[in-house]
Write a protein that binds this ligand. Structure first.
Ligand SMILES: C[S@@+](CC[C@H](N)C(=O)[O-])C[C@H]1O[C@@H](n2cnc3c(N)ncnc32)[C@H](O)[C@@H]1O
Length: 257
């Protein structure tokens, strides 16, 4: 990766190691079908930004999609590369959404599961949107998601909320808990993940602190309207419903033209 922009959301080794075990369990049922469908409906090249360990990417590639992936976290990509044949490794690169480069364009670009929330500053958010815009074909679409802030949860935070408690291999335990502290003036949720697992050498534990930038609806709208994208819709769930009082997701679908 070039060093043009210093990345913030770098995922540590052990979080990458256990990512699939945790998120195939807690996230696939929410968004997998939606993203596999939009990928299947696309004729032409696709890019997944923040491809991670390939939770969504590997299915799409195995299904015949002409899909590429980029991510800023070497640890996440190392697990993805182990899952796909070597002659497909050219599809994966270590790059940042803010300043990635390809010498070709895409019909569909997706940034699933909170990738944009790792961008904390409006300048970087805008740069990212405009960089995506310039890598789309004329008829291209960009889709990203952020969560609808739940004010009660935001203010009260989580205190060691256990979101995964199972095994990562037969007989080997893995537990993850999450604590959060809001920083309202900077519109951040400071998250502390706590991983505890059984290793051959005994019990292990690791913390990871990561801030996520949350968005409200009209800030998202203003942001996109400041970008080169002018045509967009914001859906409220992965079934394609419009936003309503029950919506938990902002699914932002931007059209180049
Ligand atoms: C929650 S994971 C989502 C991974 C995958 N898209 C999925 O749905 O499972 C967010 C990913 O975004 C990546 N990421 C964070 N900031 C990024 C940036 N500035 N540019 C590219 N990738 C970024 C992280 O390294 C991580 O792999």
């Amino acid at each position: 990766m070039n060093n043009k922009t210093k990345p913030i959301g770098l995922y540590p080794e052990n979080f990458a190691r256990f990512y699939d075990v945790i998120y195939h369990s807690v996230r696939d049922s929410v968004d997998n079908e939606y993203f596999q469908n939009v990928i299947k409906q696309t004729k032409g090249r696709i890019l997944e930004i923040g491809v991670g360990t390939g939770r969504l990417f590997t299915n799409a590639l195995n299904g015949g999609a002409d899909i590429y992936g980029l991510d800023i976290s070497p640890a996440m990509l190392s697990f993805l590369l182990k899952k796909i044949p070597e002659n497909q490794h050219y599809r994966i690169s270590l790059q940042n959404i803010v300043d990635f480069e390809y010498d070709f364009r895409f019909n569909l670009i997706i940034a699933p599961f909170r990738v944009m929330m790792h961008l904390l500053e409006k300048e970087t958010q805008l740069k990212a949107l405009n960089n995506v815009y310039s890598h789309l074909d004329k008829s291209g679409t960009f889709i990203f998601d952020t969560f609808v802030p739940d004010l009660n949860r935001l203010l009260n935070g989580f205190d060691n909320f256990v979101d995964f408690n199972g095994e990562y291999e037969p007989g080997k335990k893995l537990k993850r808990s999450v604590s959060t502290v809001p920083d309202l003036i900077n519109q951040l949720i400071n998250i502390r993940f706590n991983l505890e697992w059984d290793d051959d050498s005994g019990p292990k534990q690791e913390y990871w602190n990561v801030p996520l930038r949350f968005f409200f609806r009209f800030e998202l709208e203003h942001l996109i309207e400041r970008s080169k994208f002018k045509k967009y819709r914001i859906l409220g769930d992965y079934d394609g419903n419009e936003l309503n009082r029950e919506s938990k997701e902002f699914i932002v679908v931007c059209q180049k033209e």
